[in-house]
Design a protein around this ligand. Sequence first.
Ligand code: EPU
Length: 302
Amino acid sequence: MRLSDAKIPQALAALGVELQPGVALSTLTSLGIGGTTDLLRITRHDRIPAILDLLDRHNVPHKFLGGGSNLLVGDGELPWVVLQLAKPDPDVVLDGNLAHVDAAADLGRTVTFCAKHDLGGMEGLIGVPGTVGGALRMNAGAYGTQIGSYVQELKVYRAAQRKIEILRGDQISFEYRHTSFAPDDMMLAVTLNLPSKAYREIIQGIRICNEKRRASQPMGQKSAGCIFKNPPGASAGRMIDELGLKGLGVGGARVSDRHANFFVNAGGASASDMLRLIADVRSRVEKAYGVKLENEVVVWSV
Ligand code: EPU
């Protein structure tokens, strides 16, 4: 979607928004898939309510983008603009065991930065791509760690109330790959309360998780991590693998040969290739096991 009314970019600039016209979201998503739209980079949290009022007044639909690592975006000219937080410098500030982290901070860099200051707990999250905001929204987890466990306080833009709120960690429900936030709430910043741990010990934990990940997941290929949530007590990856579906493809979209719950863009995949592959695998699993797999990947269809 292009902001054709010249008054809007002017008003956005006054609100500290950097407008990048006609951005291909394929360049901002780890799957390398996604059509084109105007990108609005937000430099000031306190201006978000005014920015959204402005977009609503001009009937401009919008979506919030985090790090783009767990996201499948539709093809072609997209019918909404995309908002993204610009990363402040510094994006992590430490105060004893507390880490004040901007939602735009890279998750992996946050884990290693905290480690260097003898703050641990998040070792399992080391290979999870994306921003801290994206990880919070989905309660990202791996190897027994989930980010929600460390949240002391969180700053969020509540889309329904159109205001910024500060919530305590215990006011938020963090479940398996799910939180109590509304889909259009926007994570802004978080205070994590992390256990003290010696750097050397944390690095050891990080190495172990990295090795496990390298041994079982496709690294260096375009993917969105796991496509489906694990059904209670089962592994979606194992089920898909048992059906012999590794390597199954639609256009440029493929079930990974390494981990069957990772679908990769093997070259030139479109969103519709990926969606057809997801639907095909879901229906085969349902037929074989009677289990309807739920998406873990967030889909922005057009
Ligand atoms: N397995 C197979 N074949 C496969 C993949 C897995 O047989 O192709 C088997 C494994 O051998 C293992 C079991 O299935 O016995 C579970 O596999 P794995 O340990 O890889 O874990 P997972 O349940 O597939 C979950 C998360 C991952 C996270 C890992 C490690 C979900 C949907 N996935 O995967 O998270 O990295 O555990 O903690 O919860 C993600 O959220 O995007 C993600 C990749």
